[in-house]
Design a protein around this ligand. Structure first.
Ligand code: CTP
Ligand code: MG
Length: 236
């Protein structure tokens, strides 16, 4: 019997946005009339190959229930954890019994509202036939400096073969779970999905993504995201 691998998206939205600053958490800030989280979620749901989305929310989140997506039958939620990797873990646990080991898990940061349909499509196309999985990434373009303790440059670090990891990241459910479990056994910190997979000795595919798939980290990033969404707004 053949099995069609399903594609589950996981949106990580349980962070506290400490670098962004106090007030409404960054995933609930508004951009062109919608919250940051709605943009990120909407980008995934617009792709027909995504079967369902699981959103990891902070414990006690009272803003989610007010969004229209809270009623969407393709969208589920779970409670996230104290660090990003804990939220991912919680999401994978929530999919236990529902996701098959061969299903794809497409992990996306709620804080990346500018994901373009073409980037998501490229990831699905290029990784869909890969045995391991992969992620959107961009080769470094800036010159890198190594600083000394006094904040002075000790020299230039070669940037050849260095990439910045973006999201979404896409892996088979079984591979992710095995990787996370192994990292825990070895007491290695799992800061992202790829390191869990790399724990298994596997090498995720780097899929060239757009540089404007920015992560809202600091308060000033919101204005950049606003300008990007305005520029790329699809005609309705
Ligand atoms: N995230 C999460 N659970 C956490 C921490 C982060 O789901 N415990 C999510 C964030 O909501 C965000 C994404 O992971 O969408 C990327 O993390 P980051 O940009 O670091 O967001 P925060 O952790 O919220 O911000 P900060 O590190 O400045 O506190
Ligand atoms: Mg963080």
């Amino acid at each position: 019997m053949t099995h069609r691998a399903r594609r589950w998206a996981v949106v990580l939205a349980a962070g506290r946005g400490e670098r962004f600053g106090a007030g409404v958490p960054k995933q609930y800030r508004r951009l062109l009339g919608r919250t940051v989280l709605e943009w990120s979620l909407g980008a995934l749901l617009a792709e027909r190959r995504i079967d369902a989305v699981l959103v990891a929310l902070a414990p006690g989140d009272r803003r989610w229930a007010r969004l229209e997506y809270a009623e969407d039958p393709r969208v589920m939620t779970c409670e996230g954890g104290t660090k990003r990797e804990h939220s991912l873990r919680a999401a994978l646990d929530a999919l236990q019994g529902r996701a098959d080991d061969r299903d794809w898990i497409v992990v996306h940061d709620a804080a990346r509202p500018c994901l373009r349909a073409e980037d998501l499509a490229r990831l699905l196309n290029q990784v869909g036939g890969d045995p391991v999985g992969g992620l959107l990434a961009v080769p470094l373009s800036d010159t890198l400096k190594r600083a000394d303790r006094n904040g002075r440059s000790r020299g230039t670090v070669g940037r050849e073969s260095l990439w910045r990891a973006l999201t979404p990241q896409m892996f088979r459910y079984g591979v992710l779970r095995r990787g996370l479990a192994l990292c825990v056994d070895r007491e290695r910190a799992v800061t992202d999905v790829e390191s869990a997979v790399e724990c298994l000795g596997l090498r995720p595919l780097l899929v060239r993504g757009r540089t404007d798939n920015i992560k809202i980290t600091h308060a000033e990033d919101l204005a950049i995201a606003d300008a990007l969404l305005r520029a790329g707004r699809p005609r309705r």
